[in-house]
Design a protein. Structure first.
Length: 391
């Protein structure tokens, strides 16, 4: 089955959002495991977090033109060579899907939306057009996959109560953990490899932070982490910062004042395999002031990496407090520092969290749990592909 897969958050050539691309790669791997043939639905990212209304309007206009060209190109194909299903990943008000719904109407194929984020405060906000498009996409989609309980509560308010069970499909975030497990099992080799390449000291505790190098709340999270680390005292540690984007210089600047500790920053490509970094590290750290879903947290769990993170909604759903990691007070550098110090100083606790993290991924978030759910869903949707999406 030919499936069109699209994320309005980023394109594979877009460094600014390459770490958001990890969600796309996870879905691509799952579809491949289901013997689907995947075609990029579009390479047109709609993400815009700036302050110019005219730029929002310009992106929307360009997206509509792009959707027309895409639909015409696919309509020119023989019917059996056209996509049978369109999947859009994680649309929200700053990255709405202006493309997919229009293409699905033209091709008369099902429109599947994965994990849309609806923030009701944006109904009259600066990105209200993107908000309305995301809401419309949810209401007109053939099916909506929900990977966050918090999102599910909001989405239910947009859909008639009688349609909840038919429209919404819960599905926990998933990952294929095998490469991460292998890197953790071969922890010493992973560590030696990273140490040699980047002059890390293998005798110190390695902290790992992974996030895109972006302005806004992501950069605020980096700065809060740097402030927290100034309070982490005697035990020797080093920090690896893994990410990509245009604000690398600002990230380096945020950590420049750390006394005597080494900060390592690495510009990641979209398809970079970086499970070795997770296997080599000792503790994953991220304040998570931004409300988005950082796939790196799931990668950390898959690698059995103990975590210290803030109280984002996604983190609270993914982390089992005091079992797989520590969830500390939000926007509080002292609390973050205390959590980091606790794990640095307690190797037994790190080992306990590591085993529990691996077990949790195996039980709840392994890709194999998602595959039968997706297989059944596709069987429901594709036979009805000749019908238009709800008008």
């Amino acid at each position: 089955m030919l499936v069109a897969l699209y994320t309005p958050l980023s394109a594979s050539s877009d460094q600014e959002s390459m770490l958001d691309w990890r969600w796309y790669l996870a879905w691509r791997d799952a579809l491949t495991a289901l013997n689907c043939t995947i075609e990029d639905g579009s390479d047109f990212p709609t993400l815009y977090s700036g302050s110019h209304k005219y730029q929002q309007d310009r992106i929307r206009s360009l997206a509509f033109n792009h959707a027309d060209r895409l639909a015409n190109r696919w309509m020119a194909r023989l019917r059996h060579k056209r996509p049978k299903l369109w999947i859009t990943l994680q649309p929200y008000h700053q990255a709405p899907d202006w493309v997919g719904m229009h293409v699905c109407q033209e091709l008369q194929i099902p429109y599947l939306v994965v994990n849309p984020t609806i923030i009701p405060e944006e109904v009259a906000g600066f990105w209200r057009d993107g908000y309305q498009q995301t809401v419309e996409g949810v209401q007109r989609a053939s099916k909506v996959i929900v990977q966050s309980l918090d999102n599910q509560a909001t989405l239910k308010m947009l859909i008639a109560a009688t349609d909840h069970d038919q429209k919404l499909q819960p599905l926990k975030p998933f990952i294929n953990p095998e490469d991460y497990l292998a890197a953790r099992k071969d922890h010493y080799a992973s560590r030696q490899d990273v140490a040699q390449k980047f002059r890390m000291d293998p005798n110190k505790i390695w902290l790992l932070a992974v996030a895109p190098f972006q302005a806004g709340l992501v950069m605020d999270s980096f700065r809060l982490l740097a402030e927290s680390l100034t309070m982490v005292k005697d035990p020797p540690w080093q920090l690896m910062v893994l990410g990509s984007g245009s604000k690398l210089d600002l990230v380096r600047e945020a950590f420049a004042g750390l006394p005597a500790q080494t900060v390592f920053s690495y510009n990641v490509s979209a398809d970079a395999v970086h499970h070795g970094f997770f296997g080599a590290a000792d503790v994953f750290v991220w304040p998570a002031l931004n409300p988005g879903q950082n796939y790196a947290l799931l990668e950390a769990l898959a690698a059995g990496l103990p975590t210290v993170t803030g109280k984002s909604r996604f983190n609270q759903e993914l982390i089992a407090p005091n079992q797989t990691g520590l969830i500390v007070k939000d926007n509080n550098p002292w609390a973050m520092a205390e959590g980091i110090s606790r794990l640095i100083e307690n190797p037994t606790l790190r080992q306990q969290f590591s085993k529990a993290s691996i077990a949790k991924v195996q039980a709840d978030h392994h890709q194999r749990h998602a595959l039968p759910i997706l297989q059944k869903l596709f069987q429901q949707l594709v036979p009805a592909s000749a019908r238009p999406i709800n008008r």
